[in-house]
Design a protein around this ligand. Sequence first.
Ligand code: NAD
Ligand code: MG
Length: 407
Amino acid sequence: MTESKPSQITLLGATGSIGVSTLDVISRHTERYQIHALTANTSVEAMEKLCIRWSPAYAVMSDETSAKELSERLQNSDVETQVLAGEAGLLRVVQHEDVDCVVAAIVGAAGLVPTLAAASAGKRILLANKEALVMSGKLFVDTAKENDAVLMPVDSEHNAIFQCLPNCLTSHHSSVKITNQNTKAGIERIWLTASGGPFREYSADQLHDVTPEQAVNHPNWDMGKKISVDSATLMNKGLELIEAYWLFDMDIANIDVVVHPQSVIHSMVTYTDGSVLAQLGNPDMRTPIAHALAWPERIESGVEPLNIFDVAKLDFERPDLDRFPCLRLCYEAIKAGGSATIVLNAANEIAVSAFLDEKIGFTDIAVLIEKTLDEAVMTEDVSSLESILEADRAARIITNNCIAEMH
Ligand code: NAD
Ligand code: MG
């Protein structure tokens, strides 16, 4: 690998938390990886700096105005980056024939179209954008398989599980089919660990008064605002449950959530002989990113080695579905099937954004999601991108109406 030509990377969501961690890992291995394209929403200044640092062939901004501004700023530099805009720009840099690997690190539903396009184009996909998989489930996994895309989980829990699976399951995969082969592989159960978030010990009353500032302040992980709020409501663990269901094709009854406040064990797999395999490490996303980039090889990530003596103690608790109803709603949505998980994800995105804008309270997030799930007309047809996007659009309207009624 090190002697072949460098792998060309398109990094979707370059200015975000995962984007920055990915570039940090790549900066340590420029002989192996080259940046072909970087994308961001509207943060022109941050993108200008990244383009000057990385000289990508392309940069993509979400709208024409930001693209124009970036292009003008880059004219004063030596960089020859071509600036594109919108969905068409994203599709171009994802499907480009020179690109080997797409890092899907846009937050939310906005990442679905380009991430699915990367699967259609048969790229190696480093999947951080869990919402894309939560929305498109079977369509995404099938598309990856049909086109020989290699699907590498970056989410720390799923990456940990992947690392704990036997080679016979992971050696030629686009997603790992455990169900069909579990007798052979002896897998009984998957454990998703959860830190419990900043409000793990809060009473229902205390949760009521939580502010956005408190919610984005995660005890163990430094992440974007949306996923930080999702971690505080435990919605993040629920989305990860759905993500694991699709990635590993495992019966939901065999996937468990365990609260582990130290965030040192990133997830576990129980085997039929009584063995439990776990992946441990400091909570730093550069480890799963480096693993997903280099697999089946291993590369240095910049992460400090885990000092097990400093950790000293590992605690485990059951999640409390009464205080954290978002996790319960995820279990229910996955059991309901069809468009329920799309509706849940859309309602959550709208509710989290309203919470961050101080339009609703913390505990209203779950209330709004439940209301939207009750009111939405569910469909079984989630087999095309159009039907998925339609279910997403319709759910957003319902949640926005519910918020309007609250004022
Ligand atoms: P972030 O908010 O820090 O960054 C999001 C990136 O997406 C930014 O580059 C932003 O410019 C871009 N973006 C936002 N909206 C966009 C839009 N409408 N169109 C195009 N681009 C847009 O988020 P993050 O924490 O880096 O998370 C990214 C994804 O990775 C999320 O799906 C999250 O759940 C997942 N993830 C993150 C972590 C973490 O530690 N941060 C861990 C596991 C999974
Ligand atoms: Mg995670």
